[in-house]
Design a protein around this ligand. Sequence first.
Ligand SMILES: Cc1ncc(COP(=O)(O)O)c(C=O)c1O
Length: 414
Amino acid sequence: MRDHGSAFAQRGETLLDVSALRADTPGCDSVIHFNNAGCGLIPRPALRAMHDHLDLEAGIGGYEASAARAEEVHDFYAAVADLLGCGPHNVAFAGSATHAYSKALSAIAFEPGDVILTTRNDFISNQIAFLSLRRRHGVEVVHAPDLPGGAGVDVEAMAALMRARRPRLVAATHVPTNSGLVQPVAEIGRHCRELDLLYMVDACQSAGQLPLDVTEIGCDLLTATCRKFLRGPRGSGFLYVSDRVLRAGYEPLFIDMYGARWVEPGAYRPVETAARFEEWEFPYATLLGCAAAVRYALQVGLDPISHRTPALGDRLRDLLAAVPGVRVLDRGPRPAALVTFAVSGWEAEPFKRALDAHRINSALSLREFAQYDFADKDVVWALRLSPHYYNTEEEVDQVAAVVADLVTHPPSRR
Ligand SMILES: Cc1ncc(COP(=O)(O)O)c(C=O)c1O
């Protein structure tokens, strides 16, 4: 990896060598990529790690290639451990954040009447999984209320529900997919630790954007993808499993020959580490790309990243808020770089296509992604723009100007 010696944070002020970071990012030449909450642009070192491994697989054989790269493969676990403040043995690779999440959920022996306590802003697929558990196992899904004005979950009310209902699982999404809200996951975690409740955090949108420390958060399980703000390849993610959970013997419902030893015809024994949540087959090129992407994020530095990335989001939000016909939807005191807004005069798809035509990458958030949040905000769709540290202030200004022009000249007036 190239040395980003000029990347540093001083007196709370963030200075990154954005030109060098952009030179490391081939996609910057072609698009204004404001869809990092969908999938970040891959930096060259991650790309190279994957190309090299595919070449090696083609050259010497797939099994032989992974054996030859055993050290680098191990570094995936070490890199994610450095990112999260845990040990490599607490980390499992997964094919996606959802894969990691459902594997973890499958390890909990839910019984009828068990309570899952969550928030009104948890990720759509997590909410569907909870409803599926309700349908199959008769669990009760309880949503903690939000603070007045929708500025995130009311932690005190959530803690009261923890004490009253003793949930089998407390689940919180750090940053939802549908807004820049940052939920107070460490405050929730403090209550979970006090009450000794199982706590799972979805850090899919915060990994690579905000510093994460699993001890500070107090979670037992944490899931994320590598492809978003961590800028790794698609088809990758990870699961953190605490020592507490490993010791307590949690294991996924479908555990395979990698996660367990078949010790005698009628018995198996799960392995000691989070590898019990993995399977035998791995996309090794992808895993090595993830290792390089996580190392890259660590080298750029999560402190400077977490200053610059949300600051670009704030700049964009301020510019958009000044445009008549735009309603910025993000709430909470210090939003992350997921900027969501509703516009008048446009339907969802044509509006996104109009941005595509300017080579501005964006994403749509639909009502079904956020049944509670979008009902509260009274919107059926929103556009999501998500810059990252390698984007520039000029790009932010350009995107805001394009949005302003589109909203001022909707299709009906063209
Ligand atoms: C908050 C959140 N959690 C989970 C996911 C699911 O991630 P994956 O697509 O890797 O399963 C997403 C994806 O957008 C997300 O935004």
